[in-house]
Design a protein around this ligand. Structure first.
Ligand code: MOS
Length: 748
């Protein structure tokens, strides 16, 4: 692939161009949209987890002040299912449209919706809708792996050699089961829909990580052509995967707007976000490792399970990283679903790999302890030279350097292996390490770039900025190609009517948009050269086009900087307002015949402090080294990793959605009781990017960050907890009770 090396803007730490709009409140988030005659919708949520609605009494609600309508299964009007599809353009996790039948499959499922003049009126009236149910027992058992009586059969996703035979003859074995709990996405921006219907088409202001997909799904659900739906998401207060695919409230808002011919706003409450908009499912994983006495892996077996809802098949692919992370002749990965009375789960930052690597990397730590080998050393000696599952070379893999650089920065050589043997300031220290990995990919993308008479550029793409810096990186790409300063590049995203762009998911936006934006910018400069030689009035009129070049925002004779004429002067002379270029690039994702194994890698080093006298555990220090290709903008990239590491502290020690087993409802459904890591939990964080370009993926060698920082970190922390306390915690999150005598067991 073509390589681009030098640049004045690529790789330069650039502040977010959307930062000022965000911090001054000028940025319009989806629920900030207001329209004349707008109404407010508030859903009525089921108060059982399993059963059926037997009657709905809306009379009292309908009589309340301000109430305009109460919709339910009997009067909402048509909503259709989304046809099954491949790719990333027609995805919905909860396939059943709201109110499709009277069956209740999870606590909080919407059974009616009230529309009123104000949000307070709608909410008050929703409380007065009387719903009667026939009830069945919730199903929430945490035993997820298939047992003797299970109906679901595990599916094999990767296999080589003979695992059972190799394990039997291994000198050293680890055979343990690990669990991760339900985790709920808690972006600070609530999910919201503001639906506008003009009698012909819909404009939907949504909290979406994928405006093109959202448009297609809503068109299918509403039964109209995609051209009749426009989805807008200018800014996102994050999403973590929870806003990738449309959820039922979005269809409800659109249907209400359709029925009433007035704009309708529906903001999902924090409580509802624990029920109706996805979560990372609970996982249970058995890992079996076999090794020879020196520590060379002979076998890896991973059998994972995750819960899903009664209707939808969401798989948390815990085996994502297992087949290629280490060299071993024998390997087998299986996965199985367990149906529970919960809302449909969905992707959450690093889906699959994050819980998967908690288990695999915990088991590697346990193996290192059994072998009495340093855990960094154990990983170094099991480094593969190729992806042994695909039998393909890695596009670019520097995991060993991540480990050695991280070890050096952390001071790992001072580690003494014995449990509780390290002290500082009266605290017991624990040091742990884990490797991490996340996929690298490119999806399809289109972009258009316009160069304008006023000396500025405009670039448009129907992707969106989840907060990670997409606006800025796209401005940098245009600036790199044209020489127009970053602050003169207008970046237009978050509108499904723009040239189709990627989902803000998989950490692949940067890699995906890079080729299309670079080429569109190139084409725009070529269009300007054409105008320069063909326009009467242009100083270059009549010259050969290939005698000219575009550099630093100006047209000039090749190599002759003194001949440069700013692009605005040429356009003014030619009486042209602007010239544009469009480009389309195809992705690597789902390639049937890949030539390379594309992944990012990293090493996580964590230090905990432990005070047994008062059972106080803190994560005090994290050193992370990331190999994720070339960093186009190291500033937001560092923020992504830092944020992910904080989420990892939460994953290891705090986060868990708890259900009442009798009612089936999430109990800690608010930010007071669902604990996420905050500033007070922040350790010292040191992030290093190795910055090796991956030119097999795109001309700039960019892969992308966002998810990889959350991979491995929980295992590094629980490894550190073991080192400090001698307690091996295999069920997240680590609780104080786990560290007291006697240790409890949690899987019931
Ligand atoms: Mo990410 S879970 O692909 O939004």
């Amino acid at each position: 692939m073509e390589k681009i090396t030098g640049s004045k803007v690529i790789g330069v730490a650039t502040p977010r161009i959307d930062g000022p709009a965000k911090v001054t409140g000028a940025a319009t988030y989806s629920s900030d949209h207001h329209f004349p005659h707008m109404l407010y919708a508030w859903p009525v949520s089921a108060t059982i987890a399993h059963g059926a609605v037997t009657s709905l009494d809306t009379a009292a609600a309908e009589k309340m002040t301000g109430v305009v309508a109460v919709y339910h299964r009997g009067n909402l009007g048509p909503l259709y299912r989304v046809p099954p599809a491949e790719g990333f353009n027609l995805i919905v996790d909860e396939r059943r449209p709201p109110f499709e039948d009277d069956v209740v499959r999870y606590y909080g499922q919407y059974v009616a919706v009230v529309v009123a003049q104000t949000v307070e009126q709608a909410r008050a009236a929703a409380d007065r809708v009387k719903v009667s149910y026939s009830k069945r027992d919730p199903q929430l058992s945490k035993q997820l792996l298939a047992t003797a009586g299970s109906t679901e059969k595990p599916k094999e996703s990767s296999k080589r050699g003979d695992v059972a035979g190799a394990v039997k003859s291994s000198a050293v074995k680890v055979d343990e089961t690990y669990t991760t709990p339900v985790e709920t996405h808690n972006p600070i921006e609530l999910h919201a829909s503001v639906a506008v219907y003009d009698g012909q088409g819909y404009t939907l202001y949504e909290t979406s990580q994928a405006v093109v997909n959202h448009r297609n799904v809503m068109a299918a659900m509403l039964g109209v052509a995609p051209e009749q739906v426009k989805v807008v998401t200018q800014f996102l207060g994050s999403g973590f995967g929870g806003k990738l695919w449309p959820w039922p409230h979005s269809a409800l808002a659109a249907a209400c707007a359709r029925n009433l011919k007035r704009p309708v706003k529906l903001v999902v409450s924090r409580q509802m976000m624990f029920q109706n908009v996805g979560h990372r499912p609970a996982t249970q994983q058995r890992i079996v490792l076999g090794a020879d006495a020196k520590g060379k892996l002979t076998a890896i077996q991973q059998d994972f399970a995750n819960h899903t809802s009664l209707l939808d098949d969401y798989q948390e692919d815990c085996g994502e990283a297992t087949p290629f992370l280490y060299s071993t002749p024998n390997l087998r990965v299986t996965g199985v679903l367990a149906r529970r009375t919960v809302g449909t789960p969905t992707a959450m930052r690093g889906p699959g790999a994050v819980p998967g690597l908690f288990a695999l990397e915990s088991a590697m730590d346990e193996l290192a302890v059994k072998l009495n080998i340093d855990p960094v050393q154990l990983r170094l000696m099991n480094e593969p030279t190729i992806d042994e599952s695909l039998n393909l070379p890695f596009s670019s893999r520097h995991l060993k350097e991540c480990l050695t650089t991280g070890a050096q920065k952390f001071g790992w050589e001072r580690r003494t292996a014995a449990v509780g043997s390290m002290k500082r300031d009266g605290l017991t220290l624990g040091w742990g390490v884990a490797a991490c990995s996340w996929l690298a990919a490119r999806a399809d993308a289109e972009a258009s770039v316009e160069l304008r008479q006023d000396g500025s550029a405009r670039v448009a793409c129907a992707t969106q900025d989840i907060g990670g810096g997409t606006y800025t990186v796209i401005a940098q790409l245009v600036s790199h190609t044209t020489g127009i300063p970053v602050d003169r590049v207008e970046v237009v995203l978050g509108d499904s009517s723009l040239p189709p762009g990627p989902i803000s998911g998989g950490s692949w936006v940067t890699a995906t948009v890079t080729p299309a934006v670079l080429e569109a910018a190139q084409k725009a400069t070529k269009a300007l050269l054409l105008a320069a030689v063909k326009s009467p009035g242009s100083p270059f009129m009549g010259k050969q086009q290939d005698a000219l070049e575009f550099a630093d925002g100006a047209v000039r004779l090749k190599g002759q900087s003194q001949s440069a004429i700013p692009m605005g002067d040429i356009m003014r002379a030619a009486k042209i307002k602007g010239v544009s270029g469009q480009a389309k690039s195809t992705g690597t994702f789902g390639d049937a015949h890949p030539k390379f194994s594309f992944h990012s890698y990293g090493a996580q080093f964590a230090e905990v402090t432990w005070q047994p006298e008062i059972a106080r555990l803190r994560v005090s220090r994290i050193v992370t080294v990331i190999d994720a290709g070339r960093m186009l903008n190291p500033r937001p990239a560092r923020n992504q990793i830092e944020g992910a590491l904080m989420m990892g502290v939460g994953m290891a020690l705090l986060e868990e959605t708890l259900y009442d087993s009798r009612v089936g409802n999430p109990l800690n459904n608010n930010l007071a009781d669902y604990i996420v890591a905050v500033h007070a939990d922040t350790p010292q964080i040191d992030v290093t990017f190795l910055d090796y370009p991956d030119y097999e993926l795109n001309a700039l060698g960019a892969r992308g960050v966002g998810e990889i920082g959350l991979a491995g970190i929980a295992a590094a922390i629980t490894g550190a907890v073991y080192h400090a306390t001698g307690k091996r915690v295999r069920d997240l999150p680590v609780r104080i009770e786990d560290l007291l005598e006697p240790a409890r067991t949690r899987t019931a």
